[in-house]
Design a protein around this ligand. Sequence first.
Ligand code: SAM
Length: 256
Amino acid sequence: MSEQFNTELFHAKLYLGPEKDELFETGPWPKPFVFNEDVVRVFDDMISRSVPLYREVLACAAHWAKDYFQPGTRIIDIGCSTGTFLELLGRFFKQPTALVGIDNSQPMLEKARQKLIETQQIHQLELICANAENCSFENSSVVVVNYTLQFLPLQARQKLLNSIWEGLTPGGLLFLSEKVKSPHPQFQETITRHYEAFKAHNGYACSEIERKKEALEDVLVPLTEAQQIEMLRASGFSQIDSPLKLHNFISLVALK
Ligand SMILES: C[S@@+](CC[C@H](N)C(=O)[O-])C[C@H]1O[C@@H](n2cnc3c(N)ncnc32)[C@H](O)[C@@H]1O
């Protein structure tokens, strides 16, 4: 029975850089928050200790990618950062596949290039340094946007979703993960407290959590889940679901 299922990703480790995120422990920390060289240096540790279910989300996205990939098309990771998802995907896809990573931070892509040396030996890998808003997504059957749309101005988010819709082949899939906020102030307060407890559990001091929160203000502007879904609908997606949610982080899948 189990032979019908590919369970390899449930055990797969992520390839994460070793440097500990202590950026917000002592000054000067990036305020407002930017993906500069200091952040890039510790980014893998930062994201894996700051995003609930980070490993599970990447494994889940890889499973969805496998199910919706159409041979001869591309898989695009927008906001690929240091290439962690593409590296995982590269191990999961046994056939040579066209993998594209887009990020507007050159230092991120330099790290990604190092991480993806083996991936590149098997797959057709393209890393593009550009603003996602200016990119074309044509001939893609899977587009992954994990924790990146949230950094764009609202109008640019809609524009980006529109061009993802345009570029996806019929039957293609968007996998989108975002920080969200609750429409109910009391729940927002509770969820935030739970999220901050999660960060504290992962070794961040209260002062670090506070400083990072301040640095992200007006830089990472979360929508509610309903607003996010509305934006997807406005782009043309009608079949939408949410395979994962914990605290104030959600993953959505949307089919063209
Ligand atoms: C939180 S990180 C994404 C994490 C990554 N997807 C992962 O799962 O590890 C956000 C990334 O988006 C990139 N980014 C921000 N705005 C962008 C834009 N307009 N176009 C392309 N990349 C952008 C940043 O440089 C950063 O690497």
